[in-house]
Design a protein around this ligand. Structure first.
Ligand code: ACO
Length: 400
């Protein structure tokens, strides 16, 4: 049931809802979630069908424009995205200003924000064509910058984008090719990467998307708004969860240690939480987690990888799903529970996990930013409950 509080606000009432657990800040036609039933639809299409029968770029088109592309529209979109993948050479100097051991998310956040300084002349966010061009640029350049973050962190030269590769294959090539050896992107790895991107593409008003909308609501430069989204995504309660989840699985190490960690997760005096479990909206199995688990199974089988952590994850899931605490609190595996294991199988280092999420989620952020502008802006300005002093007299101590 939706209560429209706008008439009440005009009578000087406002709602107090920390963390916006039940407050809608906007109307949107992009993504639908039914958290009780575990349903996720993008523009009406179930996530499982998209993950199994489409490509990431097709999903991007659907999120951005609302309808699946015709073959001609898809070809034009693909060509456009491919043509914008290069980064201004000045940006390479910017990378060199960062410490090599910086977290790649810190670098990506900085470099994306810096793009605002490259794309500002003549950029009018009120012009639909300019908004579309910004969307293309962000979608195209994010994988290039993400791979550059990795190459910089390991001290290798940057690899230029390749126009003859798919979005996912081009990213893997920029990550793993070197001047001495070209990386061979196999169809299994390419498809696995593409699926990971699809499964993280959008998730309505999560913390980072809301941040992008809030930043954009003042009419700010889109590259700066996306940098704000990256900052929000970085946290372990949001995009940082798959990195934290893999670390947790490594710490658990073997199935016999699981009960100890379950007990810690239930202990109110211990801050520890089972990473990859629980969700603000899903009070049922996260539909993305189901597809992710299948994909993980497939990738490990096809690559013939025996990862003991996958067994630990499966057993942990089984124990938690049958545990009274997790049942009562409706804590189910979320998308991040298995994604770290697939990324590990692809060869992506743990420090890059949230960066991959950023690459995938860029389309969600842009689509919401674009929708907000297309539908008409209202500046985000939440209220607060003031709990500080009432008015009091200031006594000057004559410091100057
Ligand atoms: N392990 C143990 N207990 C948990 C967990 C967990 N992973 N998640 C929630 N709980 C418990 C809380 O302790 C709380 O218990 P209480 O009622 O006794 O105080 C109750 O469940 C509700 O938890 P909240 O934090 O209030 O739920 P909220 O909706 O605010 O948080 C969140 C959701 C942040 C995702 C939380 O479940 C969590 O921290 N999970 C682990 C991190 C994670 O996997 N994040 C990824 C989310 S998906 C994504 O961003 C792509």
């Amino acid at each position: 049931q939706v209560i429209d509080v706008r008439p009440l606000i005009s009578k000087k009432y406002f709602t107090f809802d920390p963390g916006f657990t039940s407050t809608a800040s906007c109307e949107s036609k992009i993504t639908f979630i039914d958290g009780e039933k575990g349903v996720l639809l993008h523009r009406g299409f179930p996530i499982k069908e998209l993950a199994n029968h489409s490509t990431y770029l097709e999903v991007c088109y659907i999120l951005l424009y609302g309808e699946p592309p015709t073959p001609e529209q898809y070809a034009t979109f693909k060509t456009t995205i491919t043509r914008h993948t290069m980064i201004d050479d000045q940006i390479t100097h910017l990378f060199r200003g960062f410490r090599r051991d910086s977290h790649p998310m810190a670098v990506l956040c900085g470099v994306t924000g810096a793009l605002a300084a490259f794309y500002h002349n003549g950029l009018d966010v009120h012009d639909q064509n300019h908004r579309e061009l910004s969307a293309f640029r962000l979608l195209s350049k994010m994988p290039t910058m993400a791979a550059m973050c990795y190459k910089y962190s390991i001290g290798q030269p940057f690899v230029f984008p390749r126009n003859n590769l798919s979005y996912a294959a081009n990213f893997l090539n920029m990550m793993f090719s070197t001047p001495c050896e070209e990386y061979q992107v196999t169809p299994v790895l390419e498809r696995a990467m593409d699926r990971i991107l699809i499964l993280h593409a959008d998730h309505e008003q999560n913390a980072s998307t809301s941040t992008v909308r809030t930043a954009g609501s003042s009419g700010s430069n889109p590259f700066a708004c996306i940098a704000a989204g990256i900052a929000s995504l970085w946290g372990p309660s949001h995009g940082g969860a798959n990195e934290a989840c893999l670390k947790m699985l490594e710490e658990i190490g073997k199935a016999e240690n699981i009960p100890k960690f379950i007990a810690r997760a239930k202990d109110k005096n211990d801050d520890f939480r089972l990473m990859g479990f629980g969700h603000r909206v899903y009070k049922n199995y996260d539909p993305r987690a189901k597809v992710m688990k299948e994909a993980c199974d497939e990738v490990l089988n096809e690559l013939n990888i025996q990862d003991p952590l996958f067994e630990v994850a499966r057993e942990l899931e089984h124990i938690a799903l049958n545990d009274h605490y997790f049942i009562e609190k409706k804590l189910y595996p979320n998308v991040d529970f298995y994604s770290g294991l697939i990324l590990k199988a692809i060869g992506i280092p743990t420090s890059m996990f949230t960066v991959i999420f950023t690459v995938a989620r860029t389309i969600g952020w842009i689509s919401h930013w674009k929708e907000m502008h297309d539908e008409g802006l209202k500046i985000a300005r939440p209220r607060q409950l003031y709990r500080g002093y009432t008015q009091r007299a200031f006594k000057s101590q004559n410091f100057h």
